[in-house]
Design a protein around this ligand. Structure first.
Ligand SMILES: C[S@@+](CC[C@H](N)C(=O)[O-])C[C@H]1O[C@@H](n2cnc3c(N)ncnc32)[C@H](O)[C@@H]1O
Length: 307
């Protein structure tokens, strides 16, 4: 919020701006599901025909919301009555991310539940989700898929929904995130809390077909350059990856050989300029390659354990 002037013809979709090492710092821009087909409008909070007469749009715009008309429609759709709309609007105007106010984020063509105090999944992470789905589909019947550092488990949820029969487990250090992960996975998977592999049941040791992770990878010195919505509303531990951003990734990749089966796969989101360092952190002998999607500024390093 509070960064860009309103535009006469805003793009229809928005997302949180996000920081990648070496990239220009972006603020709120595209894609959080304003065109979501599930959006309906509450009769308790009807919208004036002309947006220029809509006090909610005016208030959001004054607070710096670039996509004020779209946000007004989403807030109205989320509110059962005027009191609830007033509450949601107050939170949004105070600077809370739209997604945590609404209770969902658009991710890979679906809604993923999210709430205050956790990391809001970014659109770029859809590359990791697509990669995980592809690897899981290729792994045969009933693949074992683990998402570490799962947050609300957006990636694991996509894999669980798109790969029938997959046995999906998601884990995070933060119990609040794990509760959201459990909500999103429902009966399709399991969510557990703990520090990296400490969270996993011993029965999975050496049996994981696909391991995916979007661990924190922002260098400590760069956290201060992140958009204010992240700095003010996402716990620092969700983004701060240490001096070069790769502390958690290195710990994670140091442990993969004990958990991923021979011939199994690991895919890790990272920054474009960090990709070579991430690749170098894979165990010796693994076949490693870098995937890149410029459209969403996404980088994933994937590696296969030798058979
Ligand atoms: C950048 S967020 C990504 C969350 C999720 N993967 C996503 O893409 O939406 C990183 C996540 O890693 C978790 N995390 C950080 N350190 C961890 C650790 N040592 N063990 C497990 N999870 C950790 C944080 O709690 C946070 O949810």
């Amino acid at each position: 919020m509070r960064r860009q002037p309103s535009r006469a013809a805003p793009r229809r979709r928005r997302t949180f701006g996000w920081w990648t090492p070496g990239a220009t710092v972006r603020t709120t821009d595209e894609d959080a599901g304003c065109d979501d087909p599930g959006v309906t409008h509450s009769p308790a909070a009807a919208r004036p025909a002309d947006p220029a007469d809509d006090p909610l749009v005016t208030r959001l715009r004054a607070a710096g919301c670039v996509f004020a008309e779209e946000e007004a429609a989403l807030l109205r759709a989320a509110a059962a009555d005027d009191a609830r709309l007033a509450d949601l609007t107050a939170r949004r105007v105070a600077g809370e991310p739209l997604e945590t106010v609404l209770g969902w984020v658009a991710f890979a063509g679906r809604r993923v539940a999210v709430g205050p105090g956790v990391f809001v999944p970014r659109r770029r992470t859809e590359l990791l989700a697509r990669t995980g789905v592809g690897l899981a589909r290729d792994a045969g019947a009933a693949p074992v898929v683990v998402e570490l550092c799962c947050g609300v488990a957006a990636v694991a949820t996509v894999v669980a929904q798109d790969v029938p029969g997959a046995r999906v487990l998601a884990a995070d250090l933060d119990p609040v995130a794990v509760r959201w992960a459990a909500t999103n996975l429902g009966a399709r998977g399991e969510a557990v809390a703990g520090d990296l592999y400490d969270a996993l049941p011993a029965r999975l040791r050496g049996h994981v077909d696909v391991l995916v992770a979007n661990a924190p990878y922002v260098p400590t010195h760069a956290v201060a350059t992140m958009p204010v919505e992240s700095r003010a509303h996402e716990p620092r531990a969700t983004v701060d990856g240490g001096a070069d951003g790769l502390d958690v990734q290195r710990r994670l990749l140091a442990g993969v050989a004990a958990w991923v089966r021979p011939g199994g796969h690991v895919a890790v989101e990272t920054g474009e300029r960090q990709a070579q360092a991430t690749a170098a952190a894979f165990p010796v002998g693994w076949a490693v390659h870098v995937l890149r999607d410029d459209d969403v500024d996404a980088t994933v390093v994937a590696g296969r354990r030798p058979t």
